[in-house]
Each structure stands twice: as structure tokens, then as C-alpha cells.
Design a protein around this ligand. Sequence first.
Ligand code: ADP
Ligand code: 5GP
Length: 205
Amino acid sequence: MANNGLLIVISGPSGTGKGTICKALSEDKDLWISVSATTREPRAGEIDGVNYYFLSRQEFLEKIENDDFFEYAEVYGNYYGTPKWKALEAIYSGKDVLLEIDIQGALKVKQQYPEGVFIFILPPSMEELKKRITNRGTETEESLMRRFKSAYHEMNYISKYNYAVVNDTVENAVDKIKAILSAEKCRVDRLKEKILDSEEVEIHE
Ligand code: ADP
Ligand code: 5GP
């Protein structure tokens, strides 16, 4: 427990820039980025095992049966899930693990792993969010409207998170997340476990 890495959950409405931010964070070699499984079709340029593990519905259901997921959720008509064992192995070996998942998934992870760091990504404005999803060019008109409408509802869940980061520029958002992680590593309740584990320093309550 004492030398576990952090479990960091990045979530928020579709189009706020979670994927872009996580890609920028992935340049940090100390972070282990979890690759999710999904039943959705790959987008142009997406690679199996890199962006997602692309599974059939049948394969996904078998993994649910085998308890292979930390959490899973149905998002916009497709299943998405976080493979459990690799993520836990990485945490227990001391690595910081990053999950980029939707809000339902984040709340399920919080129930199982409340000591995680839960970060909600916000767009600078709803207008800008609409522009970003539209400009990404990956959604049909119907899917775009669905994602945009959900975004309004999803904003209500911000209070369940530990931190909110506005993605005005990717650089600012990444800097804030790095600052959050540095601060989290200095939290006395996390440090205390490490110090007590080393049996070298005595802490008086
Ligand atoms: P999500 O993973 O949350 O669905 P994406 O990372 O796919 O969102 O970002 C949605 C779109 O917005 C993409 O086209 C991306 O390039 C763009 N984007 C992300 N962050 C910013 C930003 N800070 N400023 C402008 N555009 C951005
Ligand atoms: P997209 O289809 O745009 O890649 O992702 C759609 C939504 O599914 C995003 O909000 C993304 O964060 C979420 N998502 C991706 N992987 C997972 C996962 O493993 N679990 C859950 N619950 N959501 C995920």
C-alpha cells in the first residue's frame, strides 16, 4: 500500500479535450496510461492496442463475465471498459496510472478506489465545446447532438471530483494537472504511509 503509485482519473464531457491532454501527459515516462477496451468502431488512424482494444460485443461481454474490468459503462451506445489487472499491477509496482474515462466510469472507480485523484476537465465555454466536437469531425450530426446534450447534464457531476481543470490551452491544462499531481504526492496522509513504512521516522499523532 505504502509504495503504491497514484491512480489518476481524467474525465468530463465528450470534446472537452481529455484525449488531447492525456496524449500530452503521456510524454511523461513516469505515467502509465491505461488503454481501454471498447465495442465502438475504430476511427481513421486509431490503432488496436494503442488507442483502444477494439472488441466485438461478444468478446466484451465475456470479459465482463470474467471480471476483467475495473469498471465498464455503456457510453453513446457502445461499451467501454478499463482492463483491471494491468492497471492494478502498475499501481502496486509504484507507477502512477492514468485513466481517461467517462463520468459513470469515474464514479464507479471512486467507489472502489476513493484514494484516487479525480480530475474533471471543463471547456472554456459551452460554445467552444460545441466548436471543438464539430471541428474534430469524428461524429455524425446525431452523435454530435447527443454528446453535446449529455455535456450539459454531465456538468452536474463536477462536485464528485477532487479537482476541476479548464482546458483553455492544452499547455495550461497539462501544467495544472502536473501541479495537482506534485501536490498530491506531498499530501501528508500519503507521505505518512511511506514514512511509517520506512520505519525510520516516528510520527506523533
Ligand atoms: P475528448 O477526448 O474529451 O472527447 P478531444 O481530446 O478529442 O476531446 O478534443 C476534442 C477536439 O478539441 C479535438 O479536435 C482537439 O484537437 C480539440 N482540442 C482539445 N483541446 C483543445 C484546446 N485547448 N484548444 C483548442 N482545441 C482543443
Ligand atoms: P470516444 O468514443 O470519444 O473515444 O469516447 C467516448 C467516451 O468514452 C469518452 O468520454 C471517454 O472518456 C469514455 N471512455 C473511454 N474509455 C473508457 C473506459 O474504459 N471506461 C469508461 N467508463 N469510459 C471510457
